[in-house]
Ligand binder design. Structure first.
Ligand code: SF4
Ligand code: SF4
Length: 111
């Protein structure tokens, strides 16, 4: 007898976005990776429409599989990476308000 599997869980996984490749204006939200929670699996990477998620340089971590980081100035705040990470892996990406991000990290984003 064949076993029936339930794949409903995957129905809410976002589709990889069409590539945009540039930022039009400063977004309302910015993706921030919780490096302590990120496994470095890179599942989120192909979901990003502007290709702004990359592994942290290994020199910084000294581990074979470093966590990823977002090049914040290129992020368009689409939230796809956060949804993909939550649904498929470790829920290691937070979307935070751009003003809060700029204040916390003392960075002014372009846009
Ligand atoms: S999917 Fe989540 S755990 Fe995997 S690399 Fe991306 S942020 Fe890290
Ligand atoms: S929210 Fe995530 S997927 Fe969207 S642009 Fe920013 S880093 Fe890329």
């Amino acid at each position: 007898m064949s076993k029936e599997y339930n794949y409903d869980h995957y129905k809410t996984v976002p589709e990889p976005a069409d590539k945009v490749n540039y930022k039009k204006k400063k977004p309302k939200l910015i993706a921030v990776v919780d490096e302590d929670n990120c496994t470095g699996c890179q599942v989120c990477v192909p979901f990003c429409p502007v290709d702004c998620i990359e592994p942290v340089p290994t020199e910084k971590y000294g581990t074979p599989i470093p966590p990823v980081q977002v090049r914040h100035d290129e992020c368009i705040g689409c939230q796809i990476c956060a949804k993909a990470c939550t649904k498929l892996t470790w829920d290691a990406i937070r979307m935070i308000k751009t003003e809060e991000f700029e204040e916390t990290y003392d960075i002014e984003l372009s846009g």
